[in-house]
Write a protein that binds this ligand. Structure first.
Ligand SMILES: [Zn+2]
Ligand SMILES: [Zn+2]
Length: 342
């Protein structure tokens, strides 16, 4: 079968090549991949700025059909339309695993960087990590279940948004748009921010229900936040851009006793004044990957029609065209790019 493989460590070394078809071991499921999205992590692996364990097949945001069941697998049938969590193996007995936070397992191995992923005709995952997806979703849409699970974890599980909250979301990329939709579903009044380069993304955010879309190069978001909150500040901030100015704006914009959650990765250290966190008694969260709770909540919200995935997809291309698709993703044009394997 054809697969997109990181063949060795270093910058580049991605190859679309023939590899042996995987077969499921005990407790595992073989999935015929129908769609797999390009994630920022894949771009980082291309440039060797995210650790991977080559040779490894990339891709972790995918959907497909059950092709074969390994020994001892029950509760699934060949042909079912499924998605699977990005986690491939965890230890099963550390504190994180025992308390359901296996996304934080010390020895966690993830699909598409430590184990063969889904930019391929077939992939193999543990049966426990498989979810059926709602009938109202296409394979392309279902491929967004993984980023949705991360956003649902951030908004619904880790942070919490309550009706009446004024919520600031920075960065209208795929993660920002999904985070925004989760916050809207929870009843928040949402301000989403971007720059002039995000013109089309902000327009899309508006059509998806954002209450206010702000180009921070043209409009002062702080005065809007203060106007909406009688000068108190936003109840909740989700920083999804990974841009350092957005961190500072978020910390300034959040109210005393408010909640700030970092969803985007900055990719580099930078200087911050942590006194703001002390003085404001802020509740600060990070979100790393996802676990069953985020997956279940995200998929239910989609089944209920509270979250739209199709508008977040800008391109659907063949996996064979991965190189131009990756270039397109890096150029930050469009939104989520979904690839279809042979
Ligand atoms: Zn991802
Ligand atoms: Zn563990």
């Amino acid at each position: 079968m054809k697969a997109l493989v990181k063949t060795q460590a270093g910058k580049g070394f991605l190859e679309y090549k023939d590899v042996p078809e995987p077969s499921p071991g005990p407790g595992e499921v073989k999935i015929r991949v129908r769609a797999c999205g390009i994630c920022g992590t894949d771009i980082h692996i291309r440039h060797d700025t995210f650790p991977s364990f080559p040779p490894v097949v990339l891709g972790h945001e995918f959907s497909g059909e059950v092709a074969e069941l390994g020994e001892g697998v029950t509760g699934l049938e060949v042909g079912q339309r499924v998605v699977a969590e990005v986690v491939y193996k965890t230890c099963g007995h550390c504190r994180a695993c025992r308390t359901g936070y296996y996304n934080l397992c010390l020895t966690r191995r993830g699909l598409g960087w430590a184990a063969d992923g889904a930019f391929a005709t077939y992939t193999v995952v543990e049966a426990a990590n498989v979810h059926l997806f709602p009938e109202n979703l296409s394979f392309e849409e279902a491929a967004l279940s993984e980023p949705l699970a991360v956003c649902a974890s951030a908004v619904c599980e880790l942070t919490g948004v309550t009706a009446g909250d004024v919520v600031l979301v920075s960065g209208p990329g795929p993660i920002g748009l999904l985070t925004m939709q989760c916050a809207l579903a929870e009843g928040g009044q949402v301000i989403i921010t971007g720059t002039s380069a995000d013109h089309d993304r902000l327009a899309l955010a508006k059509s998806l229900g954002a209450h206010f879309c702000v180009n921070v190069e043209e409009e002062n978001v702080m005065s809007l936040v203060h106007k909406l909150t009688d000068g108190l500040g936003a109840d909740v901030v989700f920083e999804c851009s990974g841009a350092t100015p957005a961190f500072r704006t978020g910390i300034n914009a959040v109210r005393k006793g408010g909640k700030y959650t970092q969803v985007g990765l900055f990719g580099h250290p930078f200087e911050v004044d942590l006194d703001e966190i002390v003085i404001k008694e802020l509740e600060i969260h990070g979100v790393f990957s996802s676990n069953w709770r985020g997956w279940n909540r995200g998929l239910r919200a989609v089944a209920q029609g509270r979250i739209q995935l199709r508008p977040v997809i800008s391109h659907v291309l063949a996996l064979a065209d991965w190189e131009s698709a990756f270039d397109l993703a890096e150029s930050r044009q469009g939104l989520k790019i979904v690839l279809i394997p042979d």
